[in-house]
Design a protein around this ligand. Structure first.
Ligand code: FRU
Length: 461
């Protein structure tokens, strides 16, 4: 067992959900149960590689202060002996129903996956109920990540499953149930014909999700095998959403576009849930890919790796999703400093957990915000291009991600947590996440000439 310890890290990450040791990946089972927020996550407690997955577990009253609990689900049965893979949780009649994929690797190396149920009465102990339906015919063993929710209008439970057809195409399967135990396969969420609307399909869809915001329906998924298109889909795998017109097998894709949720370097496998006061909240995994770069992350030597994003509230603006930091995070704000943007400045906060809020009186002019080493955010007024750069710690050179904003830049919020960065432009219209590993202290350097101001909040747990 590695004796990793996130608390003693030279690259501390404090207000994000981290593994105490080992590797964290997808957020799982996001749910409010008996007044507590539960976040589960894919966790290898034994090392920093993608093996031995269990469900890590933290609880909170406010999505800011987290208490670590023992792993909620660990391999123990024939149907989940090689890993408790991703899934979701719902609450029904005072019981938490947890759906996950049991991963099995046979002696000859072939894989099997089982969609399984576990129940909890107290949010601490989980009792496995076993697989809930047979493997669907016509799909490879890459069938996983059940997302379950209740549809008020149709008064039924639904379950979406990420899948791969036998001939190697990504897809999602829709099931329904009245009881949460007997599930009926309704078919593929989108028909073959409908999927031709998309510029690319990919070879596997992971971690699907479906939700309404007001009347608008969204399908969110993490397709694998998408090639870059201009500034989009620059990472190996990405997470996108589709606007859809109905909840049914054979749903209609509203405008044939795949919208990337986050144009940064590290963001994957997001899932959403509803807070008690009706906000749609999202968590993603800020994981580094591919494996060579992942294993070169400096925290690997410390025995821990990766963290989740901050909770992001989803809303719509002009029919598209916007993502804004959960209001709860304002609790973290401690001392602050306000600075004018009419001239360049340099500011060294006393800690590396900081929120920057830039407000421009009208649209922003060309500007750069340097953070540490090669980590910088740049905006170009003419092209409306927003860029994020950092040092590629494996290739030892600067690397970039870019986006073109739909509207001129008027507002920019940046959350820094040691080696973690998340930026939100124009009140959540455009979002990017990244890790960065630089020597030295955080030093915020603003270069520009703008009307407006910036507030630098120190963040303290
Ligand atoms: C996404 C994913 C899921 C799977 C889990 C395994 O990152 O590959 O599809 O359930 O991670 O850890």
């Amino acid at each position: 067992m590695l004796d990793g310890n996130v608390e003693k890290s030279s690259y501390p990450v404090t207000y994000h959900v981290t593994p105490v040791k080992g590797l964290l990946n997808d957020p799982n089972g996001l749910v409010v149960f008996k007044g507590e927020y539960h976040v589960f996550y894919q966790w290898n407690p034994t090392g920093t590689t993608h093996e031995n997955k269990v469900w890590g577990h933290v609880v909170s009253d406010d999505m800011v202060h987290w208490q670590r609990l023992p792993a909620a689900l660990v391999p123990s049965e024939d149907y989940d002996k090689d890993g408790i893979y991703s899934g979701s949780a719902v609450v029904h009649e005072e019981t938490m129903y947890v759906f996950y994929t049991g991963n099995v690797i046979e002696k000859d190396g072939t894989r099997k996956s089982y969609q399984c149920l576990a129940l909890s009465e107290d949010g601490r102990h989980f009792v496995k109920q076993g697989p809930i339906f047979p493997h669907p015919a016509g799909y490879s063993r890459h069938v996983r990540d059940p997302k379950v929710w209740f549809d008020d209008e149709q008064s039924k439970w639904y379950l979406l499953l990420g899948a791969q057809t036998d001939d190697g195409k990504g897809t999602a399967l829709l099931y329904s149930s009245r009881t949460l135990r007997d599930w009926q396969l309704l078919g593929e969420f989108f028909s073959e014909e409908e999927l031709k609307k998309l510029s690319q399909r990919g070879f596997m869809w992971e971690c699907p999700d479906f939700f309404y915001i007001g009347e608008a329906a969204f399908f969110l998924y993490s397709p694998q095998g998408i090639e870059e298109e201009g500034d989009c889909y620059q990472n190996i795998y990405q997470s996108v959403y589709l606007k859809v017109e109905s909840l049914a097998a054979g749903a209609v894709i509203a405008d044939s576009l795949m919208y990337e949720l986050d144009w940064g370097f590290e963001f994957y496998a997001p899932q959403t849930f509803l807070t008690t006061d009706g906000r749609r909240m999202l968590y993603g995994w800020m994981g580094v890919m591919p494996p060579a770069k992942e294993q070169a992350v400096p925290t690997v030597k410390e025995g821990w790796l990766h963290h989740l994003s901050i909770p992001r509230q989803l809303d719509t603006r002009d029919g598209l999703l916007i993502q804004q930091p959960a209001a709860e995070l304002k609790q973290l704000r401690a001392a602050h400093k306000q600075v004018d943007l009419s001239d360049s400045w340099r500011y060294c906060p006393s800690i590396s957990t900081v929120e920057l809020v830039f407000c421009f009186d009208s649209e922003a002019e060309d500007m750069t915000v340097r953070l540490q080493g090669e980590t910088a955010i740049t905006y170009s007024r003419d092209s409306r291009q927003l860029s994020l750069s950092r040092r590629d710690w494996l290739a030892q050179r600067t690397e970039y991600r870019n986006t073109t904003l739909d509207r001129p830049l008027t507002e920019l919020r940046v959350f820094l947590d040691g080696s973690s960065l998340e930026l939100f432009a124009n009140h959540g219209e455009s979002v990017a996440s990244a890790r960065f590993f630089e020597d030295g202290e955080l030093e915020i350097v603003y270069e520009g000439c703008n009307k407006g101001n910036a507030v630098i909040h120190e963040l303290k747990l």
